[in-house]
Write a protein that binds this ligand. Structure first.
Ligand SMILES: Cc1cc2nc3c(=O)[nH]c(=O)nc-3n(C[C@H](O)[C@H](O)[C@H](O)COP(=O)(O)O)c2cc1C
Length: 222
C-alpha cells in the first residue's frame, strides 16, 4: 500500500451507548481529528446487548472527518451496569476476543497490502440504520459517594472521562449533567464508596444480566 498518508493507519474506537456513538466521543473526534485521506479501522465496544447503529454512525463520522474507512469491528466489553451480583459480559474482552482481534488485524493488513491506495477498496459496508436510533437522553442519574467511607483519594475524579467529578472542601462533588453513567468511578474507587444506587440503573442491570446472558461474539466487516 502506498497511500497519500505515508502508510499511516488510524484506529478509531468508541463505546456503544444506546446503540449509538456517545455524543461526547463524536464531539471530541469532530473537534480534534482529521483524516487527510488516511485509512481508518473502526471499532465499537458494546456490553453484550447490541451495537445497533453505532458502527454505521462511526463509519459516517470517519468519512466526514476525511478518513477512508477500510474495516470495522464490533467487540464486547463488560457492561458499565454489570455488578458482581448481576454480571453482564463479565471478564470481556477475554483471550478468545483478543485472538479474534489479532486475526482481524492480520486480515486488514492483507486487505491493505492488496491495493495501492485505500480508496481503491470498495466502500465499507456495516450494519445499522439511518436515521440513527435515539441516543442517550439527558438525565440527572449518576453514581453517589458514601461520605462515611470515602477516603478522598480523588481516584473517582481521575477516572471520570468527562470531568464530572471534583474534590472540594473535603467532599466529592458530581455534576450530573456531565455524567455519562459509564460507572468508571465506581470501579476506580478503592474504598467501595462510589456506588451507582439509582433504582432505574439497577433494574436495567438486572434485566441485562438475565436477558442478555448468552455470550455474543465479536463481528468483523471488511
Ligand atoms: C449510558 C450507556 C449506554 C449503553 N448502551 C449500550 C447499548 O446500547 N448496548 C450495549 O450492548 N451496551 C451498552 N452499554 C455498555 C457499554 O457499551 C459497554 O459497557 C462498553 O464496554 C463501555 O465501554 P467504556 O467502559 O469504555 O465506557 C452502555 C453503557 C452506558 C454507560
Amino acid at each position: 500500500m502506498d497511500s497519500r498518508s505515508d502508510g499511516e493507519i488510524a484506529v478509531i474506537g468508541v463505546p456503544v451507548y444506546a446503540g449509538r456513538v456517545p455524543e461526547p466521543a463524536a464531539a471530541r473526534l469532530r473537534a480534534g481529528v482529521r483524516g487527510g485521506g488516511r485509512p481508518a479501522i473502526l471499532a465499537v465496544v458494546y456490553g453484550n446487548r447490541a451495537f445497533e447503529d453505532a458502527l454505521l454512525e462511526l463509519r459516517d463520522l470517519a468519512l466526514e472527518l476525511g478518513f477512508v474507512p477500510v474495516a470495522g469491528a464490533a467487540f464486547i466489553g463488560e457492561h458499565s451496569f454489570s455488578t458482581p451480583q448481576w454480571p453482564v459480559a463479565q471478564g470481556r474482552p477475554d483471550a478468545v476476543d483478543r485472538d479474534k482481534a489479532i486475526a482481524f488485524g492480520r486480515s486488514v493488513r492483507e486487505l491493505l497490502e492488496g491495493v495501492s491506495e485505500p480508496a481503491d477498496l470498495r466502500p465499507l459496508e456495516v450494519p445499522g440504520n439511518f436515521p440513527y436510533r435515539q441516543g442517550v437522553q439527558p438525565s440527572s442519574i449518576c453514581p453517589e459517594t458514601d461520605a462515611r467511607t470515602c477516603v478522598l483519594c480523588g481516584g473517582c475524579a481521575r477516572s471520570c472521562p468527562s470531568g464530572a467529578i471534583a474534590l472540594a472542601e473535603g467532599s466529592v462533588l458530581t455534576e450530573p449533567s456531565l455524567c455519562l453513567r459509564c460507572c468508571a468511578c465506581t470501579r476506580a474507587c478503592p474504598a467501595g464508596s462510589r456506588v451507582m444506587r439509582h433504582e432505574k440503573i439497577l433494574e436495567f442491570g438486572r434485566m441485562l444480566s438475565t436477558q442478555y446472558a448468552q455470550r455474543r461474539e465479536p463481528e468483523f466487516f471488511l
